[in-house]
Ligand binder design. Structure first.
Ligand SMILES: [Zn+2]
Length: 201
């Protein structure tokens, strides 16, 4: 669903009185809207994680149904909506086998915001992308040659290969594939028991 469609669905839901605009005194709602929700294909195969806000839009539009609830409510002026924990698409969606787009965000996600040289876990803004084999020496911008790196390690490594700089990668960088996505879903699922039966099979 495009952002515009999502926006329109929310506007329609608001118009129908399903949502009230989030009032400042309703402190709990903003957080509830950002809670991660597991998205299953029609076949029950886990395919994605999204924010509760988007999950509710998919349910309201009749694209998905709620399989599990997280026990919280999203309150509006007229009613309270149960916040989903797991939703399932009603129509099967073919998932392309090609790997995800190469982007800074996805590299940091793959490396779990961890500097691949010193192991520091940092916010995205404190991490840079390091070309394992520097670009100036023919290193390409690929999944296999880009890793999350903190600024001090990046400066220390400079224009050298890890071996030359006496640094070691924590693990071999790989393309972000469905297996990696599932791994991340499992990590996230540890905080939500209701995801377990869909992830650990
Ligand atoms: Zn570092």
């Amino acid at each position: 669903m495009s952002y515009r469609m999502e926006h329109e669905a929310i506007a329609a839901a608001r118009h129908a009185g399903l949502f009230a605009p989030v009032a400042p005194h309703r402190t709990g709602d903003g957080h509830a809207l950002l809670t991660p929700v597991l998205v299953l294909n029609a076949s029950y195969e886990p395919i994605n994680v999204c924010a509760a806000r988007r999950a509710l839009v998919l349910v309201l539009k009749g694209v998905a149904m709620t399989e599990e609830e997280n026990g919280h409510f999203l309150h509006s002026a007229r009613l309270a909506m149960r916040v989903p924990s797991v939703i399932r698409l009603l129509e099967y969606r073919r998932i392309p086998h090609q790997s995800r787009a190469l982007s800074r965000k996805n590299i940091l996600l793959r490396d779990r915001n961890t500097c691949q040289y010193c192991g520091a876990v940092l916010p995205s803004s404190d991490l840079t992308l390091d070309h394992v084999l520097p670009r100036s020496r023919g290193g390409s911008s690929t999944w296999e040659n880009l890793v999350a790196c903190c600024h001090p390690c990046n400066r220390r490594k400079g224009n050298q290969s890890p071996a030359e700089a006496g640094m070691r990668l924590m693990r071999e960088p790989r393309a972000f594939n469905l297996h990696t996505s599932r791994h991340i879903m499992r990590l996230m699922g540890r905080s939500d028991d209701k995801w377990r039966k869909y992830l650990f099979y």
